[in-house]
Ligand binder design. Structure first.
Ligand code: C2E
Ligand code: MG
Ligand code: MG
Ligand code: MG
Length: 282
C-alpha cells in the first residue's frame, strides 16, 4: 500500500544520501592522493580565429586519471575540491603545468596563448597574484601568453574584494577573460569596471543557433556589447559549420569547440598543431 511505498521511497532516499556522502569521502581522500601521486592531467582545447581558422591559443582543462585508469572530469571534482579546501593546491598545480606547457610551445616557436580557469575561491582567498607571478617566473613564460578565465557568477558576487586582485593580475601583464558570459543574469555595468579583455560566450547560447530566435538575439547582443566596449570575444562550444557560419555573419572573430577539436592531450595537440605536425593552421 501507500505506507510501504512511502517507506521504500524513504529508504531509497536515505541510501542515496549514504552513497553520496560515501562517494564524497572517497573523492576527498582520493583527490588528496591524486595531488601527491601526480594523477591530474591537463588537456588542451585549441582556440582559433574564425577567419582563416588559425589556431592562436588553447584552453587548459583539468582531468583526474585515477590509478584504475578512470578519467574523471572537472565537473565531478572541482566543486568538491572547493568544499574540501583543496582547490588552492589543485589550482596551483594547474597554473604551473599550463605555464610550463605554454613555455615549451613558446620555445619551439609556437606562439600559443594558454587559458587557465580560475576558481573564484582562488581569487578571493589566498595570494593569487603571488601564485601567478611564481608560475610565470618558474616557467619563464611571457605574461602575455597567459590568459586567466574567471566566471561571471564569481565576478558579480565578489566584485569589490576581487577587483583589487584582478588589477594586480593585470599588472603582471596577463590577459583576463570572463568565462560563461551571459549566464550570470546581472547588471552589465561591472564590465566597464573590471580589467578584463575578453568575453567567452557560454556554450548554452551557441548550442541552438542558428534557429532559436532568443539565443540568436542574445549572441548578437553580446557581440555588439563587446564591440562597443572594445572587448574580444570567444564563442564556446561550437559543434558544427552552421553555428560557425552564424557567428561569422555576426562578426565573431574567435571560437573553440568540438567542431574545431575537442580538448587534446599535449601530445595529441603537438601532433596536430605543433612543429613537425601536418600544418599549423586547421
Ligand atoms: P569551461 O571553462 O566553460 O570549459 C568548457 C567546457 O566545455 C569543457 O568541459 C570542454 O571540454 C567543453 N566543451 C568544449 N567544446 C565543446 C563542444 O563543442 N560541445 C560541448 N557540449 N562541450 C564542449 P570540461 O573540460 O568538462 O570542463 C568543465 C568546466 O570545469 C569548465 O568549463 C571549467 O569551468 C571547469 N574547469 C576545467 N578545468 C578547470 C581548472 O583547471 N580549474 C578550475 N577552477 N575549473 C576548471
Ligand atoms: Mg573556461
Ligand atoms: Mg565556459
Ligand atoms: Mg562552463
Amino acid at each position: 500500500g501507500a505506507k510501504a511505498r512511502k517507506r521504500n521511497t524513504w529508504m531509497f532516499f536515505t541510501q542515496q544520501l549514504v552513497d553520496a556522502s560515501r562517494e564524497r569521502f572517497a573523492m576527498d581522500t582520493g583527490l588528496r592522493r591524486a595531488l601527491d601521486r601526480n594523477e591530474l592531467v591537463l588537456h588542451y582545447q585549441p582556440q582559433a580565429r574564425v577567419e582563416g581558422n588559425s589556431v592562436f591559443g588553447a584552453e587548459a582543462l583539468v582531468r583526474w586519471t585515477t590509478q584504475e585508469g578512470e578519467v574523471i572530469g572537472p565537473g565531478r571534482f572541482i566543486a568538491l575540491a572547493e568544499e574540501a579546501g583543496l582547490i588552492h593546491a589543485v589550482g596551483r598545480w594547474v597554473l604551473r603545468e599550463a605555464c610550463q606547457q605554454a613555455r615549451q610551445w613558446e620555445l619551439r616557436g609556437l606562439p600559443l596563448r594558454v587559458s587557465v580557469n580560475l576558481s573564484g575561491l582562488q581569487v578571493v582567498q589566498g595570494d593569487i597574484v603571488g601564485e601567478v607571478r611564481a608560475a610565470l617566473r618558474q616557467s619563464g613564460l611571457s605574461p602575455s601568453r597567459l590568459e586567466l578565465e574567471i566566471t561571471e557568477g564569481f565576478v558579480i558576487g565578489h566584485a569589490d574584494e576581487g577587483l583589487e586582485r584582478l588589477h594586480g593580475l593585470r599588472c603582471l601583464g596577463v590577459q583576463l577573460s570572463v568565462d560563461d558570459f551571459g549566464t550570470g543574469y546581472s547588471s552589465l555595468s561591472y564590465l566597464t569596471r573590471l580589467p578584463v579583455q575578453c568575453l567567452k560566450i557560454d556554450q548554452s547560447f551557441v548550442a541552438d543557433v542558428p534557429g532559436d530566435p532568443d539565443d540568436e538575439t542574445i549572441v548578437a547582443a553580446i557581440l555588439s556589447i563587446a564591440e562597443r566596449l572594445r572587448l574580444d570575444v570567444i564563442a564556446e562550444g561550437v559543434e558544427n559549420a552552421e553555428q560557425l557560419d552564424f557567428l561569422k555573419s555576426l562578426g565573431c572573430l574567435a571560437y573553440q569547440g568540438n567542431y574545431l577539436s575537442p580538448p587534446l592531450t599535449a601530445e595529441q595537440f603537438d601532433q596536430r598543431w605543433g612543429v613537425g605536425g601536418p600544418a599549423r593552421d586547421a
